[in-house]
Design a protein around this ligand. Structure first.
Ligand SMILES: CC(C)(COP(=O)(O)OP(=O)(O)OC[C@H]1O[C@@H](n2cnc3c(N)ncnc32)[C@H](O)[C@@H]1OP(=O)(O)O)[C@@H](O)C(=O)NCCC(=O)NCCS
Length: 185
């Protein structure tokens, strides 16, 4: 199995792209950086309890230093994380984050996760960021995303269903589902 070399992957991952939501709001999407730790922590602090529960499947109010390093110091190849900012905001903050982490056992499959700040939910930002993440995944040889989510998480299910025509869902119990989607379909 071959994957693109570090060079092209690095070049692609340094890219910032300006996109628009369906309502016209401009959104800057860029790879996460090591100096995003404080903004990531602020983002978590401002998330509703429901969004935290849906993202992490457990209550969480802060990240440990090790978690912050893990979440922000990514290699851009096996672990890719994109964040979104609203350029019109006078205070710089992250309004969404999405990532995929390649599985050791199957490098063509990656675990994906996404979260959008509550005031921005329902405006198409999650879908926009998920599409960007899927495009980068394909470029890097990832063919499938898996995601673990609450079985009743309707927005997440709809968002993932839009990325593919082939989605499998397995209910693992306790109201949690494992979703597997084919990025090529
Ligand atoms: C899941 C999440 C990322 C979606 O982000 P978003 O910006 O709200 O998503 P979008 O506005 O692009 O909408 C995605 C789909 O969900 C639907 N949707 C959005 N909010 C909804 C709501 N409150 N109820 C029902 N459907 C909803 C949209 O209509 C859209 O479906 P469609 O394309 O079939 O019309 C966001 O709700 C979130 O951050 N949730 C908390 C964390 C989480 O659940 N992460 C997923 C597991 S890792």
């Amino acid at each position: 199995m071959t994957y693109p070399t570090q060079g092209p992957a690095r070049a692609r991952n340094s890219e910032r792209v300006l996109r628009r939501l369906p309502d016209g709001a401009p959104i800057l999407i860029r790879p996460i950086r090591a100096d995003d730790k404080r903004m990531l922590e602020n983002g978590l602090r401002h998330l509703s309890a429901e969004s935290v529960q849906r993202r992490f499947l457990t209550p969480k109010r802060s990240f440990s230093r090790a978690e912050l390093r893990y979440l922000t110091e990514v290699d851009g190849r096996d672990h890719v994380a994109l964040v979104a900012e609203y350029p019109g905001d006078p205070v710089r903050r992250l309004i969404a984050a999405a990532r995929f982490i390649r599985l050791h056992a199957d490098p063509e499959t990656a675990e994906a996760a996404i979260v959008v700040a509550d005031p921005w939910q329902g405006r198409g930002l999650g879908s926009l960021l998920a599409r960007e993440l899927a495009a980068r995944a394909r470029e890097l040889g990832v063919r499938r995303f898996t995601a673990t989510m609450a079985s009743d998480n309707v927005p997440a299910h709809r968002l993932l269903a839009r990325l593919t025509r082939h989605l499998d869902e397995r209910h693992t119990g306790a109201g949690v589902s494992e979703v597997l989607l084919d990025l090529a379909a």
